[in-house]
Design a binder for this molecule. Structure first.
Ligand SMILES: C[S@@+](CC[C@H](N)C(=O)[O-])C[C@H]1O[C@@H](n2cnc3c(N)ncnc32)[C@H](O)[C@@H]1O
Length: 209
């Protein structure tokens, strides 16, 4: 039997968890604007990883309008804090409105505008989770930096690690080559143990040793 991954994904989406209307509103907006978000299946995974690992501090590289951050916040304790970063100030302005539409989120997030890698580099506090969802060309640079900024036992989570299946291409384009390099660096890293989960566009979850 050959597996149709798109059909499988459609089926899994029928099992996606119940969620507040703000999540559904942002899913519709992403679909209308063709803006890439993690979607409810990966979102639920982010929530669960935050909860299981008892994370208190999360740093997001590439936050868009705050959809993935909304999921993380569900999994953080009352004193938890997530830092959102994005090149685009208008994305961050929308993220503020979206996050604050759930009153419990107020005061539990920080917005930082600029190059996410530079912003993470400047971060003084060690992090429990770093979530990587920036432009794929920069993916290889994330790994050494994340190793410095995560606590031992912390998680580096990268989205899009199968990159629409292009990681299997015989002649990968330059963006795909960056994703391949990211994956190889993680597989060979002394600093991380990694699993690749083929959910949606692929998510790698790495534990800092
Ligand atoms: C895939 S979207 C993020 C979606 C978000 N994580 C979610 O699932 O809701 C990527 C975002 O990262 C931003 N971005 C890409 N590369 C970046 C970089 N190097 N520094 C800062 N922001 C970046 C883009 O402006 C865009 O908003």
């Amino acid at each position: 039997m050959s597996l149709d991954i798109n059909e499988l994904h459609k089926y899994l989406e029928t099992l996606a968890p119940k969620r507040d209307d703000v999540f559904k509103k942002l899913e519709s907006k992403a679909s209308e604007d063709n803006f890439p978000i993690v979607g409810p299946l990966v979102g639920q995974m982010l929530y669960m990883l935050a909860k299981i690992s008892k994370a208190e501090k999360v740093f997001e590289l590439g936050s868009g309008f705050g959809y993935s951050a909304l999921w993380f916040l569900q999994g953080l304790p009352e004193n938890g804090l997530i830092t959102l970063s994005d090149f685009d100030q208008s994305n961050l302005d929308q993220a503020k409105v979206n996050l604050e539409s759930i009153p419990e989120n107020t005061g539990r997030f920080i917005l930082k505008q600029g190059d996410a890698l530079k912003l993470l580099e400047a971060e003084k506090q060690s992090q429990d989770i770093i979530f990587n969802d920036i432009d794929k060309e920069a993916y290889p640079k994330v790994i050494a930096l994340a190793a410095q900024k995560l606590r031992r036992g912390g998680l580096l989570i990268s989205d899009n690690t199968i990159w629409h299946g292009k990681v299997l291409d015989q002649n990968p384009d330059s963006t795909t080559q960056s994703v391949l390099e990211h994956n190889k660096l993680l597989a060979e890293s002394q600093n991380f143990q990694t699993i690749w989960i083929p959910l949606r566009d692929g998510v790698s979850v790495s534990i800092k040793m």
